[in-house]
Each structure stands twice: as C-alpha cells, then as structure tokens.
Design a protein around this ligand. Sequence first.
Ligand code: DQA
Length: 140
Amino acid sequence: MQIEIINGPNLNLLGTRQPEIYGHHTFEDYILRLKNEHPLINLVYYQSNIEGELIDRLQQCEANGIILNAGAYTHTSIAIADAIATISVPVIEVHISNVWKRESFRHHSFLSPYCAGVIAGFGLESYRLALLYFLQKLSQ
Ligand code: DQA
C-alpha cells in the first residue's frame, strides 16, 4: 500500500515557522516516526512551495491515497481543487492548526468539496489520523 503525503507552501519550514502554531518538530523527523510505526506502508513524502508543482504531483500520483496539506493554497487555489476533482486517488485534506479558530480568510477551503474528508487542529497528529483512515479503509 502506498500513501503519499503532499505538503504545500511554507511547510518546509516546520520546526522554525511560528512554532506556537505549528510546533517545534520538523516534518522530516515526524515522517520518520510514522514510517517506523508503519513499516509495511510505502509512505512517500513530497513538498513544494509552487502551486503548479503541487498540481503536477497530484496528477502523476499513483498512490492508494493522498494526504494533502496545501497550506495557504487551500484558501486560494481553484486550480488545485480542479486537480483533486480530476484524479481518482482519494485525497484527505489536513491542517496542523484549527483553521476555524484563526483568521476568517482561513475558514474557507476551495479543496474540501473534492476531498474524502478534512482533518484539522491536531498538530502534526492530523497526518497520523488521516493515515489511520486510509489504513482502515484500504484494508477492508
Ligand atoms: C495550514 C493552515 C493554512 O491556513 C496555512 O496557510 C498553512 C498551514 C495548517 O496546516 O494549519 O500554511 O494548512
């Protein structure tokens, strides 16, 4: 089983970016832990700050499921929404922070209508919760 985690803009800076919101851990450390806990899952990680690169990656993805944190593009990108609507791989939208507790411009997502579900507000554990969903769903 292959699950791909795709992170969007500024998420390469996890660990140092606004740690009061996004925590003190780098994503590289976190994904190592997830990989160690799930040795039978082929967990692939991709990050880009560029909208078109995220779209290319979504279009090319051959995983069984995608865990997507599109960062600020969540609130702006009809093009990423179109890509999610086009592909057949199920996508879970995740956010580290609880976006509904924050500025109102973060309350709207162009992506959610095309995603299997949305997980937000659990810190980096949002990714683990999404992974658990895929593990259960795909082993049925
Ligand atoms: C985020 C929330 C977005 O509003 C923000 O632009 C991000 C990160 C999150 O994971 O909480 O870059 O997606």
